[in-house]
Design a protein around this ligand. Structure first.
Ligand SMILES: Cc1ncc(COP(=O)(O)O)c(C=O)c1O
Length: 380
């Protein structure tokens, strides 16, 4: 994932690692520095003085307009600038939505049984408990949603971290649940732009924009350090979420918003995403080929999209914690699947699995990182 996990369970340690394969940060050497600078220059040169003042907690209108068109075109999201809110990350957006749901009386949020522990911490900090939903090859078993949950947090395009896509039936069932029970779905579309060899999967939000909160981010497409993300909100949540955003930090910083708006409307953002998609696809193919050759008993899953893969190790392999300790000694920073569990630890007999972020190392390090990984798996 993008952020350094807190030191819990088998959290990867990054400081000493030569090879960082913790899941899913982009290759930061791809950040379009020249294009960003040019867009920032244009944005600043043309912005009215009032753009530099306190403004709407929803964010700058230029970015909300650009995102409305971009998200409709690329992800099929149905929204308009008055229902878009710019925030400093999906992390902040999730916290705001949870706080708004808490105000409406919710006590719990259903979450996929594997997910992002820092997100779970955000949910709890907003006063909700997390209620894990089991997963299978078609994504979350949404017919098992906890009756107490005020909403369910899903990663429908590419389940984080297992990499499955939520089936059409399950998408429809989750939306039906939300409508019938007066609940919400929160769709975390964290890597929706990066799909490789499967049919495009549009956003689930299009099924019912009044029941699905759509969350998107630049954390994978540009850089997590930008802290620039957005929510497409149902009408009923616009006022509470905007009010809570104003309470949290008034609004997101304007210059980066104007720059991103410029990058999107000029078509530069599309070109950048296309370039990254190609780059990551090559990375993925390299990883898959290397594993097939050097660690053929390892099953690689979740690779049709995104910036990470899950490696399922064969039964009888060393336990996850042991593998992670060996990886650390070999200078490899990795995350185990177990670290991502929202539910109680998996049964002891569950074979270990690793979540590999193949996008993270710069190009000159990547082949050596894959070699080190294959070496580790040979001895697993
Ligand atoms: C599942 C998931 N959701 C969201 C994000 C992005 O969060 P943010 O926009 O707060 O950086 C990530 C980043 O790695 C992620 O892995």
């Amino acid at each position: 994932m993008g952020r350094r996990p807190p030191a819990v369970r088998s959290a990867p340690r990054r400081q000493a690692a030569r090879y960082d394969l913790t899941s899913g940060r982009p290759d930061l050497s791809l950040f379009p520095r020249t294009a960003w600078l040019a867009a920032a220059r244009r944005a600043l040169a043309t912005a009215p003085h009032e753009a530099l003042d306190y403004g709407s907690p929803l964010g700058r209108i230029e970015l909300r307009q650009a995102l409305t068109h971009y998200l409709a075109r690329v992800r099929g999201v149905r929204t308009d600038p008055d229902r878009l809110l710019v925030c400093t990350g999906v992390t902040q957006g999730l916290g705001l939505v949870c706080a708004a749901l808490r105000e409406r009386g919710a006590r719990a949020l259903a979450v996929e049984e594997y997910g992002l522990p820092p997100q779970h911490a955000v949910v709890r900090a907003a006063g909700l408990t997390t209620a894990p939903v089991p997963l299978d090859a078609d994504g979350a078993l949404v017919d098992r949603l906890d009756a107490r949950a005020g909403a369910v947090l899903l990663t429908p395009a590419h389940q984080y971290p297992t990499g499955t896509a939520l089936s059409a039936e399950r998408r429809a069932a989750a939306v039906r649940w939300a409508r019938e029970q007066d609940r919400y779905v929160i769709e975390d579309d964290y890597d929706g732009e990066f799909r490789y060899d499967r049919q495009p999967l549009g956003a689930m939000q299009a099924l019912d924009p009044e029941r699905v909160v759509y969350a998107g981010t630049t954390a994978k497409s540009l850089a997590p350090g930008l802290r620039l993300a957005w929510l497409a909100l149902p009408d009923a949540l616009v006022e509470p979420v905007a009010r809570l955003k104003a309470l949290a930090d008034t609004m997101s910083p304007v210059l980066d918003q104007l720059t991103l708006a410029e990058l999107i409307t000029s078509g530069t953002y599309d070109r950048h995403v296309r370039r990254c998609r190609l780059h990551y696809r090559r990375r993925r193919d390299h990883l898959v080929a290397a594993l097939a050759e050097h660690a053929p008993r390892v099953r690689v899953t979740g690779i049709a999209a995104g910036l990470h893969a899950v490696l399922q190790l064969p039964p009888g392999s060393a336990p996850e914690a042991e593998l992670l300790a060996r990886a650390q000694r070999a200078g490899l920073s990795l995350a185990g699947l177990g670290w991502h569990r929202a539910a109680a630890p998996a049964p002891a007999e569950t074979p270990p699995a690793l979540v590999i972020g193949y996008s993270t190392p710069p190009d000159h390090v990547f082949p050596a990182a894959v070699r080190a990984l294959c070496e580790l798996l040979r001895g697993a």
